[in-house]
Design a protein around this ligand. Structure first.
Ligand code: BG6
Length: 488
């Protein structure tokens, strides 16, 4: 890692992601004194705009999407770093203007917060104005492709100009504190490290529920669906971190090699087993948090015949030594009752019951890792109820050992995922970014499920907005005598 100045060039600086996430994150890094004093921020967009207008635009958006009241000293420092360059990203000649804003002797970070369809144009443009050398880093936002084939095309276009060591593919879940904590939880605690396999674990649940709908993104979402939007990236990344073997070090490639092995070991789901292992759903009108919301097919701009899924549940199996016979149940959906993401590890039941008939069914221990909100880690244990009895038996009760981040780390602010990721790019650490082979392997698994769904003419199962998904998703676990963990 190197704490050196860089020119941070933000392509698509006037777009939604930059306004909502990237610029507010840079502001937070500034506030935390984590920006190198000599680093510059070069906003790039097609619009002809003066630097004064750009500064005004950034200021307005920071207030709108970041802190309501900006810290003046922080803003003054950030403002002094800002440059603006007007570039028509499809016109190779227009990139030369960047020469006036970047210093060839320093590292340049090119963040492509633009539609992936123009990643190739941008790389070509940078190349034609001779800005690219081996120190340049390029950051790519999702979606990288729509399937394996299209992701290869995008990766190829970028690889024509950049080496894999220079490419940082974002999955913002990898920047979330609690997702990062999966690594420390597993490998800094022998209590978990030694109990993390098929001998001790019955099954694992990974749920990422959202209360939002498609938020006006019909055009994008209907093409993608929840499988491409959430499973291919975020859920499979979480699964990889939960299931991977211990990496030899925390180096980027040690971690990514282990994640890749998990993806490769995922049992293929195809037409022969798709009905037993997956459930698709699509929300209908209902109430979320007391508010009436339209159904998926009634959203603005909707194609009323759409068969796109807004909910997915999958029973995934990892065919390797550690996880033989341990299902990983994945579940994610829009318009569910709450926004809640968690990983729940169900340990095996005790082999023998000492506690008599009243505790015939001793519940298994559970490790609940709350990714968001109310970040924390919780273990359910059986505990003796204190007190005397005249029956000679022991009264047991299920209790919780609960680590709540907001209590344990009350003085610490939980940074946004993008703050962490932007910092890591500037430090040149690829560990939290997805390697090309990981993306392509994830697509391979997902494509097979999508193809199996396409081969049936069945529409997704409806579920009412504000519920936990279609009835069949309950059946997916119930037929194996299991049930979804119920969040508070
Ligand atoms: C994005 C998806 O990648 O992640 C969105 O495109 C989704 O559809 C979002 O809502 C969820 O992210 P978070 O951080 O709010 O859980």
């Amino acid at each position: 890692n190197s704490y050196e100045p860089c020119d941070f060039v933000l392509f698509g600086t006037l777009g939604d992601l930059s306004r909502r996430k990237l610029l507010p994150s840079l502001y937070q890094l500034e506030k935390a004194n984590l920006m190198h004093p000599d680093t510059t921020i070069v906003g790039v967009a097609r619009q002809d705009m003066s630097l004064e207008d750009y500064i005004e635009e950034v200021h307005t958006n920071l207030i709108k999407f970041g802190e309501k009241e900006l810290c003046e000293a922080t803003w003054e420092k950030m403002k002094a770093r800002l440059h603006y360059a007007c570039v028509d990203m499809k016109d190779v000649d227009s990139y030369c203007v960047l020469d006036d804003h970047v210093d060839a002797s320093r590292t340049m970070v090119c963040y492509l917060a633009t539609p992936p369809a123009i990643y190739g144009d941008i790389c070509r443009g940078l190349h034609s104005c001779k800005i690219i050398d081996s120190s340049v880093r390029v950051v790519l936002e999702k979606p990288i492709g729509h399937d394996l084939e299209s992701s290869k095309v995008i990766n190829e276009q970028v690889a024509e100009y950049f080496d894999e060591k220079q490419i940082y593919r974002i999955d913002h879940y990898l920047g979330k504190e609690t997702v990062l904590n999966l690594v420390s939880l597993r490998f800094a605690n022998s209590i978990f490290a030694t109990n993390w396999d098929h001998n001790c674990i019955d099954h694992v649940q990974i749920s990422v529920a959202e209360s939002v709908g498609i938020e006006g993104r019909w055009g994008y979402f209907d093409d993608a669906g929840q499988m491409r939007d959430m499973v291919q990236n975020h859920l499979l990344q979480i699964l990889s971190l939960v299931a991977m073997e211990p990496p030899t070090t925390l180096d980027a490639d040690s971690i990514r090699d282990e994640k890749l092995k998990v993806l490769k070991a995922l049992r293929p789901i195809n037409a022969s087993n798709v009905n037993q292992t997956t459930v698709r759903g699509q929300y209908t009108a209902g109430f979320v948090k007391g508010q009436e919301v339209p159904g998926y097919l009634e959203e603005e701009g909707a194609n009323t015949q759409s068969k796109t899924e807004s909910f997915v549940a999958i029973k995934a199996e990892i065919d390797n030594w550690r996880w033989a016979g341990v299902p990983f149940y994945l579940r994610t959906g829009k318009r569910m009752p709450n926004k809640v993401s968690e990983v729940v590890i169900y340990f095996k039941r005790q082999p023998h019951n000492l506690f008599g008939d009243s505790f015939k069914d001793l519940p298994p221990n559970k490790l609940v890792i709350r990714l968001q909100p109310d970040e924390g880690v919780e273990i359910t244990v059986m505990n003796k109820v204190p007190g005397l009895t005249n029956s000679g038996s022991m009264d047991l009760q299920k209790s919780k050992l609960n680590l709540s981040f907001s209590e344990a780390f009350a003085d610490e602010r939980i940074p946004d995922a993008y703050e962490k990721l932007l910092l890591e790019v500037m430090l040149g650490n690829q560990a939290l970014f997805v390697r090309r082979d990981e993306i392509e392997q994830a697509w391979t698994w997902v494509d097979s499920i999508l193809a199996a769904w396409r081969s049936t003419s069945e529409p997704p199962e409806p579920y009412q907005a504000g519920t936990w998904g279609p009835v069949d998703s309950i059946g997916l676990l119930a037929r194996e005598n299991r049930s979804w963990y119920e969040s508070k």
